[in-house]
Ligand binder design. Structure first.
Ligand code: PA5
Length: 447
């Protein structure tokens, strides 16, 4: 069975005649640009070869450090923002028992994220928790200068040193950053923290298959070798052909760009599995930050059905017709639950008695798809056989490669994020950061 299937039958009526074959030629050029590495942002294409080129020694080191962390920590705090945490969170939450924090089943440390927000309440509650738990920390920042994780790390380092002493703290801190630049690198070298390097040619949102994602995923108890294998298999397919009918990445990139040119400005990634909530967040960051520039790009949104059918479902069915949906699903759940027969049938539900819950979920999906397509919302379907490390690795590579192709088709550089700087400049000016005196004076006049 192939790792991933894409179905676009419910998009074709919205594409226009011969559109896909015409656009296929454009996507072929983008594919060639990626492979020959002569497109925009070509100094950030390291992610393309990661699954193939990651050194066995590095994977072994990550696994061995993960084992060490697993024996010393009940909680592993991952500090990072954007691409420095979303990939690991996506995989960990996709594969975890959602109720383990309450049942306490299994021996894996709890992975907790910090530094992806500046909430005082969130971080104060975290400190309370860390008072009671043995913990270790990964601080992740490619630039080594991002404010949110830097502040969280200062708070947590302070706590860690008070709890374990400076030497004890040092053994519990793992820094993942640039090889040479940035304040985090300076701090890690001065303090002698265990350090992993984020390759120069891999940007944050394409970094889940580097130590950025692999260390937290391994600490959580998941198989990073299988994750890389899945990505490797998808890479083979992605590179082998530029033909939309042969290459799912090319098909996805082509279809979404045609829809965009036909006025479908918002893509909603849909799942029927709450465990994929952070996968959606990772996808939103990947596509939003890669494509939303030069005042163009599809706006990436996400919903979890069936819950959101009782909120956003109304808009999707009858609101502005600028939407299309991409549904990700897996065929086989890892657990089984059958709806029982009730002889009294007071709730009138015996028509589903004896059915697996997954079957009901699947029928809800089918019914929704038909309703949305009838309502003018094109529907792309992406499915994997089941949810595990191997298929998630494939899915990650699928979206990364598709995003790069799609960004090139849009005519932007999918590997930079110049727009992220604007809020930082204002925040630094408002906080009176040294070097921002002129901006501080200017911004104060506006308040
Ligand atoms: O994709 C990106 O490059 C960004 O989302 C970054 O990951 C994010 O801004 C965090 O940057 P850094 O890792 O430098 O702290």
């Amino acid at each position: 069975m192939s790792l991933l299937k894409i179905e676009v039958g419910n998009v074709r009526p919205f594409l226009g005649e011969k559109c896909l074959s015409r656009f296929g030629a454009e996507i072929s050029l983008c594919h060639a640009m990626l492979l020959s590495k002569n497109g925009k942002g070509n100094d950030f294409l390291g992610w393309m070869d990661l699954p193939e080129e990651i050194e066995a020694g590095l994977v072994a080191r990550i696994r061995s450090d993960a084992e060490k962390i697993r024996t010393m920590a009940e909680v592993f705090v991952v500090i990072g923002i954007g691409g420095s945490y979303l990939g690991s969170r996506a995989v960990i939450e996709a594969l975890s028992d959602p109720f383990r924090p309450l049942t306490g089943a299994g021996n894996n440390p709890h992975i907790i994220f910090a530094g992806e927000n500046l909430s005082e309440d969130y971080h104060a509650h975290l400190m309370d928790l860390l008072d009671q738990k043995d913990y270790a920390v990964a601080v992740i920042s490619k630039s080594g200068t991002t404010t949110e994780p830097a502040i969280a790390f200062r708070l947590i380092r302070n706590h860690l040193e008070a709890k374990y002493g400076r030497e004890g703290a040092r053994e519990r801190i793992y820094a993942i950053t640039d090889v040479a630049r940035g304040a985090l690198k300076t701090l890690a070298s001065t303090e002698g923290y265990t350090t992993y390097v984020i390759p120069d040619d891999v940007g944050g949102r394409y970094s889940v298959l580097t130590p950025v994602g692999l260390l937290p995923i391994a600490v959580a108890g998941f198989d990073i070798v299988a994750l890389l294998e899945g990505a490797r298999e998808m890479r083979r397919d992605a590179l082998a052909s530029a033909d939309c009918e042969q290459n799912a990445c090319a098909m996805y990139a082509a279809v979404r760009n045609i829809l965009y040119r036909n006025g479908k400005l918002v893509e909603i990634l849909v799942t029927y599995e709450p465990s994929l909530q952070y996968f959606i967040e990772w996808w939103k960051q990947l596509f939003g930050e890669s494509e939303g520039k030069e005042y163009k790009g599809i706006f990436p949104a996400g919903v979890i059905f069936t819950s959101d059918l009782h909120s956003m479902g109304q808009y999707i069915q009858e609101g502005m017709r600028c939407l299309f949906e991409t549904v990700i699903s897996f065929e086989k759940p890892s657990r089984q639950l059958t709806i029982p027969v009730d002889p009294e049938n007071l709730d009138g539900l015996n028509f589903v008695a004896g059915k697996r819950l997954n079957e009901v979920n699947a029928q809800a999906g089918l019914g929704t798809m038909l309703a949305h397509v009838d309502g003018g919302v094109p529907n792309i379907r992406i499915s994997i056989p089941e949810l595990n490390e191997y298929t998630l690795g494939g899915l990650i590579y699928f979206f990364e490669f598709s995003c790069a192709l799609s960004g090139y088709a849009l005519g932007v550089n999918p590997f930079d994020q110049p727009g992220v700087e604007a809020y930082k400049k204002n925040m630094f000016a408002l906080l009176g950061k040294p070097g921002y005196e002129k901006e501080t004076a200017e911004i104060r006049k506006r308040l």
